[in-house]
Ligand binder design. Structure first.
Ligand code: NAD
Length: 268
């Protein structure tokens, strides 16, 4: 029976809601984050929801901390069945204004954090014939203007997930990648970017989401049970992705118009 899950970035937002969704099925949760107060709150909520587990501080930039977490999962839970690489940060800014330090920071967390999470936990999911769930973004598929470093990091997460899907099939390790559009969480607390007003523009998009982090966690739960690889929780995201596959130029044209609008707004 599979009933042990590890979640990075579990102290807030989507990571917390994923933990709670699986906790409702009675799962054991290994909850990790750099936000220790958030983690303690998540564990309390997990227990109230019918699950249990433990918390461990872990910065996904540090491979030795992820290895320590994997070791703790073996000691405390006897292994892991599902790994959720969810921890992430927000960024924005036009390419000419983004510094190389902005790029390094974004790639280190949102892309290499997932690479390191997969690597540290691979032996455990190979042993349990478990699953890896990587949280990417619609940004990986649509490349919205004014956030190229975020788009590249998330596109890397999709490419990594596709690579693992095929490489691990024979070993009976399942792989899923989730590409949500914007939704309301604490993500903008981590925002970093040089372009004036961009943070406010992105914050408005998060607030406008028709669905919540809990809705997304529930959607992920159901799609994983059905064996769907690429999980697109927003209806509007599913439509946009369909259009892009049929007629990419239509999306590039729309994005170019959006880039112009964003540039004008960021000057005001
Ligand atoms: N909110 C959105 O609109 C949206 C859209 C698409 C994808 N996503 C992705 O969803 C995931 C979860 O984000 P969220 O929206 O729930 O935001 P959130 O800020 O509420 O949660 C992210 C968590 O990750 C943690 N974190 C940040 N850096 C970390 C690090 N170096 N090591 C360990 N933990 C770290 C934070 O402390 C936080 O608790 C992210 O990967 C994000 O890119 C979010």
């Amino acid at each position: 029976m599979q009933n042990r899950m590890m979640v990075t970035g579990a102290g807030s937002g989507l990571g917390r809601e994923i933990a709670l969704r699986w906790a409702r099925e009675g799962w054991q949760l290994a909850l990790s984050d750099v936000n220790e107060a958030g983690l303690a709150e998540t564990l309390k909520m997990v227990r109230e929801a019918g699950g249990d587990g433990f918390v461990q501080r872990c910065d996904v930039r540090d491979y030795s901390q992820l290895m320590g977490l994997a070791q703790a999962c073996e000691t405390k839970l006897g292994g892991i069945d599902v790994v959720v690489n969810n921890a992430g940060v927000a960024s924005g800014g036009f390419f000419e204004e983004l510094s190389l330090e902005d790029w390094d920071w974004q790639i280190a967390i949102n892309l290499m954090g997932v690479v390191k999470g997969c690597k540290a936990f691979l032996p455990l999911v190979q042993k349990s014939h478990g699953k890896i769930i990587n949280i990417a973004s619609m940004a990986a598929l649509m490349q919205a203007p004014g956030m190229s470093n975020y788009n590249v990091a998330k596109a890397g997460v999709v490419a990594l997930s596709e690579s693992l899907l095929v490489e691990l099939k024979q070993q009976e390790v399942g792989v899923h990648v989730v590409c949500p559009s914007f939704f309301q969480t604490n993500l903008m607390d981590s925002y970093r970017g040089p372009t004036p007003n961009m943070k406010a523009q992105i914050s408005k998009l998060l607030e406008a989401s028709p669905i919540t982090a809990a809705d997304i966690a529930d959607y992920i739960y159901r799609q994983v049970a059905e064996g769907v690889f690429m999980i697109l929780p927003h209806e509007e995201g599913r439509m946009a992705w369909k259009i892009k596959q049929q007629n990419p130029q239509a999306i590039y044209d729309e994005m170019a118009t959006l880039a112009e609008k964003k540039r004008n707004k960021s000057k005001t």
